[in-house]
Design a protein around this ligand. Structure first.
Ligand SMILES: Nc1ncnc2c1ncn2[C@@H]1O[C@H](COP(=O)(O)OP(=O)(O)OP(=O)(O)O)[C@@H](O)[C@H]1O
Ligand SMILES: [Mg+2]
Length: 396
């Protein structure tokens, strides 16, 4: 993975609140094209919510999500908070100011509020219209491409043009990001055949040719290690591992650039886990996929991920390359996760002590507040000033 690879996905200060529950709270990371980025943390820390925010299943509370440089997700809460805070701050300033100062300050505040309201308007627009804007761009491209060809007026060119135009009209940026869901049973509709499940996205995207659809479905089935005869069966006729393969086929038929694999193997037997991971690894290389791989335990992501982000209660507490994270785990939560991994080494196992993470005993954030800081190139840890010094000294 080269450092100057193109950034495919950028998540910037993402917040997703459910009422008072801050499921995801100020999370930032980026994923380069071709990279596998692992996101780990215990149950309920916000991993799935992060994935679902990226595929736009929510109107995010705050922050920005960029895909290929285009803003596909944008929240407004930070702007609303900024307005509230500015109002308070200026109220005090204005109260103690001279008459001419008062007017200047009031104007300054007005300008500030107008700018944030404009930010809110733009965020709402992008959250809602990014696909429309993308589709507009594609329609334009199709028109430009076909303009010279159509001049000669061949019927088949006209048909191709109409077909391309129809697909461009239905094109969505969001379909370039596909999610493989956590629960292979709940995520497949039991009343649909495997063929219908796998083909659904293609049909929504505007493909109508039944032959093309069938052929694509067969290709995908074979690509994920199933056979074409499976197309007419129903999900309950398959094992857990096979169901997850169906989920993978449904995702890759859309030709996505980014796959969000949400604990794709957690529900499977250990013996089947490796097979599904190997499948994803092959697909990654063959199709040039970029993968956000979600797991609750570090051992699963270790060999598969280029970089890993560790989440704890909605926050990203550590982010580093996979090698660095295992060599130099710094945040006490990461250390505790690592201590939970058994290794097939009897000497290590005898010495292995389970470290329990106790945030209140571990950190004093009453005055000195934490943020995600870079303690070595590419290695980020959530810490305050005092911890920053301590953690730097711990680096090997
Ligand atoms: N749609 C929702 N409405 C309200 N709260 C939600 C919703 N989805 C998730 N939550 C809450 O947000 C928090 C994060 O949940 P999330 O599913 O993202 O965790 P997770 O890290 O994926 O956990 P797991 O490993 O169990 O899948 C939890 O407290 C959960 O109860
Ligand atoms: Mg989850």
């Amino acid at each position: 993975m080269s450092n100057n690879a193109e950034t495919l996905l950028r998540v910037e200060n993402l917040c997703q609140y459910f009422g008072a529950n801050r499921a995801v709270d100020d999370v930032s990371f980026e994923i380069k094209k071709g990279e596998v980025f692992g996101l780990v943390g215990e149950s309920g820390c916000g991993k799935t919510t992060t994935g679902r925010s990226i595929i736009k299943l929510y109107n995010i509370t705050s922050g920005n999500i960029f895909f290929k440089g285009i803003r596909i997700g944008a929240g407004i809460r930070s702007y609303q908070v900024a307005i509230e805070e500015a109002k308070k701050e200026y109220k005090e300033k204005i109260a103690s100011a001279s008459p001419e100062e008062k007017t200047r300050l009031a104007n300054e505040l007005k300008k500030f509020i107008a700018a944030r309201q404009n930010d809110i308007k733009k965020a709402r627009f992008d959250q809602k219209n990014c696909d429309k804007e993308y589709s507009k761009k594609l329609i334009q491209e199709v028109k430009e491409k076909y303009a010279p060809l159509l001049a000669n007026g061949d019927e088949s060119v006209k048909k191709d043009y109409r077909d391309a135009l129809r697909k461009a009209k239905k094109a969505k940026l969001a379909t370039q990001i596909q999610m493989i869901f956590q629960d292979p049973i709940a995520s497949l509709d039991p009343r649909m055949t495997v063929r219908e499940i796998i083909a659904e996205g293609l049909i929504i995207r505007g493909e109508r040719d039944k032959k093309v659809i069938d052929e694509k479905v067969y290709q995908m089935l074979e690509r994920v290690g199933l056979v074409r005869e499976h197309a007419s069966r129903y999900p309950h006729e398959f094992s857990g591992g096979q169901r997850q393969r169906i989920g993978v086929a449904r995702a890759i038929i859309m030709n996505p650039e980014l796959i969000i694999a949400d604990e794709p193997v957690s529900a499977l037997d250990v013996s089947v886990q490796a097979q599904v991971i190997n499948l994803l690894s092959d697909l990654r290389h063959d199709l040039g996929l970029t993968i956000l791989f979600i797991a609750h335990d570090l051992s699963v992501v270790k060999y598969f991920s280029d970089r890993i982000g560790v989440m704890y209660f909605g926050k990203l507490v550590e982010l580093a390359s996979s090698d660095e994270l295992f060599k130099n785990p710094i945040h006490p939560y990461t250390r505790s996760l690592l201590s939970a991994i058994p290794l097939p080494d009897p000497i290590y196992e005898k010495k292995r002590e389970r470290i329990i993470y106790r945030p209140l005993a571990e950190h004093d954030y009453s005055v000195d507040k934490p943020s995600l800081r870079e303690i070595a190139p590419g290695h980020f840890v959530q810490c305050n000033d005092a911890e920053f010094k301590k953690y730097k000294a711990m680096l090997k």
